[in-house]
Design a protein around this ligand. Sequence first.
Ligand code: HEM
Length: 285
Amino acid sequence: MFWILWFFIAFVVVLVAFTLRKESEDMPRRDILRAVESTGKMGVAERSFLWVFSWLDTRFRLQDYWNMSKGAYYNMHRQMPLTHAEKYKLRIIWYWYPLYCLGGISFLSFIILVITGTVLGIYYVPGGEGDPAPAYASMQYIMTELPFGYILRAVHHWATHFMVASVFLHMCRVYFTGAYRNPRELNWLIGVALMFLTIFFGYSGYLLPWDSLAYGAAVIGINMANSSPLIGKFAATALFSGTSLTPGTVTRMYFIHVFILPVIVTLLIIIHLFIVWVQGIAEPH
Ligand code: HEM
């Protein structure tokens, strides 16, 4: 079987030789190589360095990528305007504008939720059938037997509270500094969607332990869905897997909580932050 390997090596050697020959014929090196050839006064070290550099550059386009990343770096920094306080050299309590971190805190909470949620998902069982339901039994396991399980759940729980609060306060900050105005209307609308999705995220997670608290919340939710005009039955079936609560409700909420919402919210956050990056932070009006 080794002949295949030798054949392959020979093939690669011929290919490389052919490429090198083609290169020396049709691909004149860049300015840098011309500089090497036209100067006779360079020492061996410089010549070797330039030769190696031009060899790498013709293959990996080092100069192009270097210039591109330099361009990106300067663009990024051009997009970051001075804060109001920096611009007017204000040395007052507002100097750090802490309220401008609230969006960042929402983002940080989301990251913590994704990480802790992923670990919880390893132990959680999304089944509502039986007494106790597997969902409830798995929560009991996480709380009483899994090492650090109760801490994991508590971090997930409190990060949710942080996220809901900071998203709401972030929205207030954007409103009171007038940052929702032209040209940031679209980001405001994406933000509104993000706020509702964040609340729904919290609600869908609240049902997952399938304890009496979750059951009570599910009764309220399904009644609200059923009583919405025209689309009531459809909404209840889509969200709760039926027009009345069944064991399937937990499984449906689990799918919404760990797949549908994370995908939508992650995409919207990426777009939201991309727009902030492109437009820069608004100065207070
Ligand atoms: C998951 C939720 C959200 C995340 C992770 C998020 C993240 C961010 C971040 C990091 C910024 C940069 C400035 C700052 O931190 O204050 C920002 C700006 C902004 N956000 Fe959000 N945001 C969220 C929800 C919202 C909501 C609910 C609204 C409004 C309804 C909103 C509207 C805006 C607007 C208009 C800006 C531009 C503000 C400016 O230029 O000063 N965002 N967002």
